[in-house]
Ligand binder design. Structure first.
Ligand code: UD1
Length: 430
């Protein structure tokens, strides 16, 4: 079993290149099977979730050619099976994007109910509501969602909750429906816009992505394209908070600063200096951190996927802070692990009340999910002494070469898989 071992207390300094957005890439790869022509997708992050999805796509008959780590060619002409196997996809949530893609193209899909991080109940009723409004018959049997339609027809759909997944899934299916669809109360996340841009580059007709009303005029078929995925705002934000908690000076490169506004605003509030360049953001944090309050919200609000990272910073800040999680109800499971490093946090309902402690001490801790795992790594980077992190496979689902990128900023950390390697690391760092 692999672990991260970290000797904390070193300010991170330097530049780090941010990869393509995992959550955009997952939807775009699924959508790539909607044409019979070959699609080239670039700036893919080389992370486990992407590889799981690509395998599942191969299993239903898509041809996937990996040109290099970050580029793949996909051809969906020979898909003969509209049923995605449970084993191949149970771990990733974005498996549900194959539902919208297959339903749009073939009017038939059978996909296992999704897995993913255990951060709350995560219903998919809004996805199903959208498919039904488009004329599909949708049932859940033996753990699978089965959707079928003789033909899909455009519809007016109001989402009862702002859902990234439902917005994208309905957008995909509606792109190949007869007539016009309007999605109201749509999610506005950058990756919703990226998927719309991708589909439009394949000949779809989607307008309004990035606002809460998306209008889609269905087309009969989609065609080939070459497309580059947007940068990952959550990977970027994670490195920005890593700079903050280690009192470092880090420039995150290859980002769209506009997508990072909520993160940047909070870093300024807690006492960091931020310099925005065209496609980079520099975070300098030389003084002690200050407390603040934050509530997670759909974009452009503060992202729920950055909630553990800001909590790690606020637990070190002077004073009392409050973090309210309004998207997923079960997203504070990492707080017990942070307490083992000395944090003083009480969770009541969906709010964490934090009394800043000024320092962490290294401990052996366990990763409960992807983003919490990344947050615990940055806590380890700030901590005095040695931190050992178990279950790092969660982190590898969404961060490419995480330890290498942190090492390049001066972090003393390694991925280890035996006690011998741990002893070697201890010997090396003294
Ligand atoms: C996506 C991201 C995830 C991020 C989340 C919110 C992917 C693969 N994952 O997840 O990293 O944390 O957006 O930005 O892109 N809901 C319903 N019914 C539904 C769908 C959602 O009630 O049919 C609720 C959810 O329980 C949650 C809220 O809506 O409370 C937002 O969820 P949603 O935006 O759909 O998240 P995901 O697409 O699953």
């Amino acid at each position: 079993m692999e672990q991260y071992v970290i000797k904390g207390g070193i300010p991170l300094v330097g530049e780090v290149e941010i990869g393509g957005a995992k959550n955009a890439a997952l939807a775009i790869l699924a959508a790539a099977i909607m044409t019979n022509e070959t699609v080239l997708v670039d700036n893919l992050p080389d992370v486990k979730d992407i590889n799981v999805l690509l395998n599942a796509m191969t299993e239903i008959g898509a041809r996937v050619e990996r040109l290099d780590r970050h580029t793949a060619k996909i051809n969906g002409a020979l898909i003969g099976d509209f049923s995605v196997e449970y084993e191949s996809i149970k771990r990733i949530r974005a498996s549900y994007y194959l539902l919208g893609a297959l339903l749009g193209k073939y009017k038939r899909a059978q996909v296992p109910l999704p897995g993913g991080c255990d951060i709350g109940t995560r219903p998919i009723d809004q996805h199903l509501k959208g498919f039904r409004a488009l004329g599909a018959e949708v049932k859940i049997e033996h753990g699978f969602i089965i959707a079928e339609a003789a033909r899909l027809r455009g519809s007016h759909i109001y989402l009862d909750v702002v859902s990234v997944g439902a917005t994208i899934n309905i957008m995909m299916a509606a792109s190949m429906a007869d007539g016009n669809t309007v999605i109201e109360n749509a999610a506005k996340e950058p990756h919703v816009v990226d998927v719309a841009n991708f589909l439009n580059s394949m000949g779809a007709n989607i307008k309004g992505a990035g606002t809460d009303v998306i209008r889609i005029r269905g087309v009969e078929s989609l065609h080939k394209t070459e497309y580059s995925i947007i940068p990952d705002q959550i990977e970027a934000g994670t490195f920005m908070f890593a700079a903050a908690v280690t009192k470092g000076d880090v420039t995150v490169k290859n980002v769209i600063p506009k997508h990072l506004e909520a993160t940047t605003a909070k870093l300024l509030e807690i006492g960091c200096e931020i310099k925005e360049l065209d496609d980079a953001v520099r975070v300098v944090c030389s003084k002690g951190l200050k407390s603040t309050n934050v509530k997670t919200l759909p974009y452009p609000g503060f992202p729920t996927d950055m909630q553990p990272q800001i909590t790690v910073a606020l637990a070190l800040a002077k004073g009392t802070s409050m973090v309210t999680e309004s998207i997923f109800e079960n997203r504070f499971k990492y707080v017990d692990e942070l307490a083992r490093m000395g944090a003083d946090i009480r969770v009541k309902g969906n709010t964490a009340f934090i009394d800043g402690v000024g320092r962490y001490t290294g401990a052996q801790i366990c990763t409960p999910d992807l983003r919490a795992g990344a947050a615990l790594v940055i806590a380890g980077l700030a901590a005095e002494g040695l931190t050992i992190i178990d279950d790092i496979h969660f982190i590898e689902r969404g961060y490419e070469r995480f330890e290498e990128k942190l090492q390049s900023l001066g972090a003393q950390m390694e991925k280890i898989s035996s006690d011998r390697e741990l002893q070697k690391f201890k010997f090396k760092v003294g």
